[in-house]
Design a binder for this molecule. Sequence first.
Ligand SMILES: Nc1ncnc2c1ncn2[C@@H]1O[C@H](COP(=O)(O)OP(=O)(O)OP(=O)(O)O)[C@@H](O)[C@H]1O
Ligand code: NI
Length: 338
Amino acid sequence: MEEKRNVLSIEHLSISFSRYERRFRRTNLNAIRDLSLTVGEGEMVAVVGASGSGKSLLAHAVLGILPYNASWSGTMNYRGEILTEKRMKALRGKEIVLVPQSVSYLDPLMRVGEQVRNGKQDRESRKKSLAVLGRYGLDEKTERLFPFQLSGGMTRRILISTAVMETPRLVIADEPTPGLHITAARRVLSHFREIADQGAGVLLITHDLELALDTADRIVVFYAGTNLEEADSRDFAREQTLRHPYSRALFRAMPEHGFSAAPGAQPFAGELPEGCPYGPRCPWAQEVCRGEVPYRELRGGMVRCARAEWLMEQDDLAERPGGAAAGDGGGREMRDGT
Ligand SMILES: Nc1ncnc2c1ncn2[C@@H]1O[C@H](COP(=O)(O)OP(=O)(O)OP(=O)(O)O)[C@@H](O)[C@H]1O
Ligand code: NI
């Protein structure tokens, strides 16, 4: 089988802001720390995290559109080559595109068709915009509308149309479904799935785990500016196949698993605890969690948790015939599928 290539590969990305506090004291706010992830050709990877966890910053870093007071370190590769600021600029809007979080990216005073065509008026561009809009169930009439005349779902589909006019290889969708009815949201996500199925890499940014699980191949769980776990979407079928206590808390908070919310809140980037950022909320935290916790491979995924092996082994034991306390077959090694 042919090995699929990475469209995007990020290693140890950190983003910080310099701020001036009282009396002009300059401090650094580390909004993203040690973030690594990949997006392969034809793959849809969802970054899931609460508000303020750093999702949009990640998107803006890849596009080279971070705010002026931000600085970043680490490596970003696009199709096997270093993504320099110069390259970002050359690829942006063509090979690497953003479907923005805010609908205010649309010009309220410009007809939709012109915006999709990026101002171009030639016959070829007109033909192309019609074809692209048609793919998303929009017609010639839509082209003549102004943004305020669009429904939420239509607006989102216009934003996708604008992004794919140039046949991108990497599509970053920042929160493309807020405020949409579930049917419209599913439809929007199915369009990103199609884009991936046609060979592009899609990085979907969302706070909606359920929707992400419906469509994405892999889930990257974000918390307070870093990733705590990366798992195949199928790992979310059961709590026991999840590696991080925070992913498990997200799992339990899903409607079908009873909406049970974990106590506490995500810490602000300027007030992070020592070690694991989830430590203060974690029922399994121990002294080790206050030290540095590396991001590492575990059972076919990635995790940043010092207690992950222990946690998963507890579940393995509990699932043995007779349960954890039965003690049958003491010393018998656990193998996959036993
Ligand atoms: N221009 C800025 N100056 C200083 N700090 C910033 C700036 N932009 C973002 N931040 C910091 O980075 C954090 C992450 O912001 P980001 O917009 O990436 O979050 P997000 O996960 O996309 O949230 P949401 O789901 O609300 O869109 C913020 O909580 C804030 O502390
Ligand atoms: Ni955001």
